[in-house]
Design a protein around this ligand. Structure first.
Ligand SMILES: [Zn+2]
Length: 314
């Protein structure tokens, strides 16, 4: 058995995973703010699980730039590590081999082995949550690029001089296609069409700060006009991005994951139709399949554990 750990900005979630991708046991802890405390916390949750199960290796999944040898973290926006030899530090603490992987890559691999992308060779994985996380599988293998940072689809500029992005640029795709974007769009629409939005108005009690992607999705399910318009806009931006994905990668399958994918019935058909209209050579080329992810928010844990297993047999 191996342990997969999802090292998030607010919590660390670890799981013991068997060869079939089944999580047998879990442990979690809040994410500390300093390198030393974070590494000690990771060692603690791994140690807790290793006491109960025979564990052979550990995989860590996190949002950030990982070195191509999957041993170091260059930069992680929500964690303290900067150019840190994370795998060696944790291996010293727990006495087990450790690999590090981008969380979207880990989730994509989990879907490839145990979920929505089973059997597919060329796959683009798009996790739509607070932002967009993305991964590319070629011949079933993760493509990491020359420097370990590919792909960053969420920061493709789609609107010149568009909404500002925390990455420092403007108009990035994830500013228009994410849970955050859904809220931003709803707030813009409310300012214009407030009277036609009984559900959202009630939900937010006229404080725009209370509008979240989840609340907009809930309002759209109740048929709220503004929420439905915001959802349609997200669908169109998803379709626009999928057309770009087709032009660059020509994959056979796109898997949509992340928290927003739970609302897929509200936007996926519209996104698919928009993609089919927007793609270069529309009507004269095959279209890739689009599926929603199957493993939910445990995908990164399962994928990291799978990578740890592969590292053991390499
Ligand atoms: Zn950006």
């Amino acid at each position: 058995m191996t342990v997969g750990v999802d090292v998030g900005g607010t919590s660390v979630r670890a799981g013991v995973v068997d060869a079939d991708g089944t999580i047998l046991d879990t442990a979690r802890t809040p994410t500390p703010r300093s390198d030393g405390a974070l590494e000690a916390a990771l060692a603690r949750v791994v140690g807790e699980l290793a006491e109960r199960y025979p564990v052979g290796a550990v995989g860590l999944a996190l949002a950030g730039f990982i070195t191509p040898d999957r041993r170091g973290v260059r930069f992680a926006p929500h964690l303290s590590w900067r150019d840190a030899p994370v795998a060696d530090r944790i291996a010293d603490l727990v006495g087990l081999p450790v690999v590090v992987e981008h969380d979207a890559n880990a989730a994509a691999l989990a879907e490839r082995h145990f979920g929505a992308a089973a059997g597919a060779a060329t796959v683009v994985f798009i996790a739509i949550g607070t932002g967009i996380g993305s991964a590319l599988l070629l011949d079933g293998q993760v493509y990491r690029g020359a420097f370990g940072v590919a792909p960053e689809l969420g920061h493709l500029p789609v609107v010149p001089e568009g909404r500002p992005c925390p990455c420092g640029k403007n108009g990035c795709w994830e500013r228009y296609c994410s849970g955050t974007a859904l809220a931003a769009t709803a707030v813009e629409l409310l300012a214009r069409n407030g009277r036609r939005s009984p559900v959202l108005r009630r939900l937010v009690r006229s404080d725009p700060g209370l509008v979240t992607g989840q609340r907009v999705a809930a309002a759209a399910r109740e048929g709220d006009t503004v929420a439905c318009e915001a959802m349609d806009e997200l669908a169109r931006w998803l379709g626009t991005g999928l057309a770009l994905v087709a032009d660059v990668f020509d994959p056979e399958l796109v898997v949509i994951g992340g928290g927003v994918s739970e609302s897929a019935p509200l936007f996926l058909d519209e996104a698919r139709e928009h993609y089919a209209r927007m793609v270069t050579g529309a009507g004269r080329r095959p279209l890739f399949r689009i599926r929603t992810a199957q493993l939910g928010d445990s995908a990164a844990v399962v994928g990291a554990a799978r990578l740890a297993r592969e590292a053991l047999t390499e």
